[in-house]
Design a protein around this ligand. Structure first.
Ligand code: MG
Length: 173
C-alpha cells in the first residue's frame, strides 16, 4: 500500500528560529530576552528596528539554526510509516536556499533530496498532511493541517495543534 505523505515545514517547525532571533539580538545589543516575547506578536515585529528582517537576511542565519527539540528522532519515526517531504517557502529568502540545503544535510542526512521541496506558494503542495507554524500555508493546504505551536500563532484556534514534536507523533503514529 502506498504510504501517506506529510509535508514538514522548516523554520519554526524543524528549526528553532525564535531561539536564533534572541541569540542574534543578545549578540548585537547585550540584552537577553525570553521566548515569551514572541507570544501573540507577528514574527517580524518581535524585535525593534526591523531586526528580525535584518537577521533573516544575514548570511549564516539559516545555516546555524538550532534543531527543534525532538525533531530528528520524530522525523525518523514518521519516515517508517509516511512519505516525508520537507517543504520550505525558501523563495521568500533566496539566499537561504543553499544554507537550508546544507542545514538539512547536516541534521537530517536521512532525507533524500527528492523529498526536499523549496518553493514559493505552498498551496501547490498536495500531501495528506501538512505540519507548519503559519495559517497562510495551512489554511490552503489540500491535506490535513497540523499547526506547530510558535509564539506568533498562540491565538489560532481553527487548526489541530501540536505543541512540540512529541505531540506530532501522538497525532500521527
Ligand atoms: Mg515556518
Amino acid at each position: 500500500m502506498k504510504k501517506k505523505s506529510i509535508a514538514i515545514d522548516m523554520d519554526g517547525v524543524l528549526a528553532d528560529t525564535e531561539y536564533q532571533y534572541l541569540s542574534y539580538y543578545e549578540k548585537e545589543t547585550g540584552k537577553k530576552l525570553l521566548k515569551t516575547v514572541f507570544h501573540n506578536v507577528p514574527e517580524l515585529e518581535v524585535l525593534p528596528d526591523g531586526l528580525v528582517y535584518k537577521y533573516l537576511h544575514t548570511p549564516g542565519f539559516f545555516r546555524d539554526l538550532p534543531v527543534m527539540e525532538g525533531a530528528v528522532e520524530a522525523v525518523k519515526a514518521l519516515q517508517e510509516q509516511y512519505e516525508v517531504y520537507i517543504v520550505s517557502a525558501a523563495m521568500e529568502f533566496p539566499l537561504s536556499l543553499y544554507e537550508k540545503k546544507e542545514w538539512l544535510a547536516e541534521h537530517f542526512p536521512f532525507i533524500h533530496w527528492h523529498n526536499i521541496i523549496f518553493c514559493g506558494d505552498k498551496s501547490i503542495i498536495d500531501t495528506d498532511f501538512m505540519i507548519d507554524d503559519y495559517c497562510k500555508n495551512l489554511d490552503f493546504c489540500k491535506g490535513k493541517p497540523i499547526l506547530f505551536t510558535a509564539g506568533h500563532n498562540a491565538s489560532v484556534t481553527h487548526h489541530q495543534r501540536a505543541n512540540n514534536w512529541k505531540e506530532v507523533l501522538q497525532l500521527l503514529l
